[in-house]
Design a protein around this ligand. Structure first.
Ligand code: ADP
Length: 177
């Protein structure tokens, strides 16, 4: 990475699409570089929030605004940020593009049926049982990106291949030497 440059790798996609898994792998692959890397995820935002944020549109907006401001703070400290958030609305991602330096939008595109089959946290099962409402992709919207910088189909590739697509993108765009 050019020393004067930082970036935010913003991973968007459905729950269980693979955002966290790919983010962790990219961080691992970049661990030998001299870069300072931070993986920002929902847990950190929930901890930073002054109030408990749920899944209403208003709370989802607050969550993303807070995530962007945390990402900005890390950028100012010289970190490359890998952010993994469902960020379901197009305007969420537009906020990111407007607010962050070298924002790279990565659409982790995994069909809903595949996400539901994976279901690593058992959330889809709970949704189908009626225990969770307002779940993205089921009874809450996910607006697919139309102008993402990179799109990754995780149903055809393994985790290493997905992470390497991101590394290649960074090299090709001159952000990683
Ligand atoms: P998210 O953060 O999008 O909610 P997770 O990363 O927590 O999703 O879960 C994705 C699940 O899918 C994990 O159990 C992971 O092992 C599995 N998986 C299978 N193939 C892939 C792939 N190519 N990329 C990412 N995750 C994958």
């Amino acid at each position: 990475m050019n020393k004067n440059r930082t970036c935010v790798l913003w991973l968007t996609g459905l729950s269980a699409s693979g955002k966290t898994t790919i983010a962790q792998k990219v961080k691992e692959l970049l661990s030998d570089s001299s870069l300072k890397i931070h993986h920002l995820d929902g847990d950190e935002v929930r901890t930073a929030a002054k109030e408990k944020l749920g899944f209403s549109k208003e709370d989802r907006d607050k969550n993303i605004k807070l995530a962007i401001s945390l990402a900005k703070n890390y950028q100012e400290k010289g970190y490359v940020v890998i952010a993994s958030f469902i960020s379901p609305y197009r305007y969420h991602r537009e906020w990111g593009r407007e607010s962050l330096i070298n924002y790279v939008e990565i659409f982790v595109n995994t069909p809903l049926e595949v996400c539901e089959q994976r279901d690593p946290k058992g959330l889809y099962k709970k949704v189908r049982a009626g225990d969770i409402k307002q779940f993205t992709g089921i009874d809450d919207p996910y607006e697919e990106p139309q102008n993402s910088d990179l799109e990754i189909r995780t149903d055809n590739l393994n985790v290493d291949q997905c992470a390497n697509l991101i590394i290649t993108y960074l090299k090709d765009s001159g952000m990683l030497c």
